[in-house]
Design a protein around this ligand. Structure first.
Ligand code: HMG
Ligand code: MG
Length: 307
């Protein structure tokens, strides 16, 4: 009889989004110096890919209005890749001026969320990628893409996975090296994840897909196990479980990086991340936002397992 975990990989890549997805949804304005402390703590734990901020309009996301300063001063040691969200040509120019070598563009699979988030239709957003993706590639940058609301939309409810696939395929054809399909409101369940990934993986290489799972209903890790089984090797996560989209009412944080790494480690899957240092970084995250965070591993601790 075959083992349920026959197809597990030996290693996966974790893409940390707490300085961006995490802080964009906090009520407090985290001071610039604290953002740098958080990024340093994430890097010190061994995380190799970090989304450090957003070059979006400060009128829309005031929490990240200091993106230029953060990106100028954050230090990426050799082998660490920083990235940031870019919605338009102005955002790309800011990212370039700050010396970033990777950007992320974003769009939703549902019309209403897309309009609420970027004030444009899906069609216009796809057309406007001509001012970001192509020029960024021409500058030698790597471009990542997000497709939001793949597992459901806070305004429209169910989303047809064929629409998500169509948009992801367009992003891939435009030159995004990876498309992070997102459960923006944390509504997904494992059977649905299986169905979405089956459709996507029939058209796109597994290395071109990542999963970005918010954990609003506690199903993120279960969905990630399905992703692992089906060949996904890239997972977004946020320290402490920080995060949410201000234009997706009710959305809670991403899967907590500590919880994801704890699970992967227990399954024998390497991430290059030191769990104890990651938990310390999670404490930095909690202290700078001024409240406890939902990560289960953060709450339980890792040391107690050894005694
Ligand atoms: P708009 O109001 O339609 O555009 O916003 P605009 O061109 O009229 O610009 C409005 C003002 O913003 C202008 O300033 C622009 O100069 C300025 P004013 O003339 O009024 O003084 N502006 C900018 N300033 C700095 N940098 C820029 C920039 N662009 C314009 N790049 C826009 C359109 C796209 C800009 C706006 O809707 C926006 O910034 N949206 C971003 C919303 C956002 O960041 N949402 C959260 C991130 S997405 C997410 O969380 C989902 C994800 O995690 C995956 C998942 O979970 O699903 C990725
Ligand atoms: Mg998100």
């Amino acid at each position: 009889m075959s083992d349920l975990f026959d197809k597990l990989p030996q290693e996966v890549s974790v893409y940390e989004v707490s300085p961006r997805d995490g802080l964009q949804n906090e009520r407090v304005m985290v001071p610039f110096g604290d953002k740098l402390r958080l990024i340093d703590a994430i890097v010190a734990a061994g995380v190799k890919r970090v989304e450090i901020t957003s070059f979006v309009s400060p009128k829309w996301i005031p929490q990240l209005a200091d993106a230029d300063e953060v990106a100028h001063h954050a230090h990426a040691p050799a082998g660490v890749q920083f990235s940031a969200l870019v919605p338009n040509a102005h955002g790309l120019e800011r990212a370039r001026a700050a010396g970033l070598e990777e950007i992320a563009v974003f769009i939703s699979a549902s019309e209403t969320h897309n309009r609420k988030n970027v004030n444009k239709s899906i069609d216009l957003t796809l057309r406007a990628f001509a001012e970001t993706i192509g020029p960024a590639l021409a500058l030698g940058m790597r471009v990542r893409g997000y497709v939001s609301t793949v597992w459901g939309c806070p305004y429209e409810g169910a989303v047809d996975p064929r629409r998500s696939l169509e948009i992801a395929t367009r992003l891939h054809a435009m030159g995004c090296y990876q498309i992070s399909i997102s459960d923006t409101i944390g509504a997904g369940t494992p059977r649905q994840t299986n169905d979405i990934l089956k459709l996507m993986l029939a058209e796109l290489p597994s290395a071109s897909l990542a999963m970005h799972m918010h954990d609003t209903r506690g199903t993120a890790l279960a969905n990630i196990v399905v992703g692992l089984e089906m060949g996904i090797r890239d997972f977004d996560a946020s320290l402490g479980g920080l995060g949410g989209c201000p234009y997706a009412p009710g959305a809670a944080g991403n899967v907590a990086t500590e919880d994801l790494v704890y699970m992967l480690q227990g399954m024998g899957i390497a991430t290059g991340i030191d769990l104890e240092r990651l938990v310390e970084a999670g404490r930095v995250a909690a202290s700078i936002v001024g409240h406890a965070l939902p990560s289960k591993v953060q709450t339980a601790g890792v040391r107690s397992l050894r005694s």
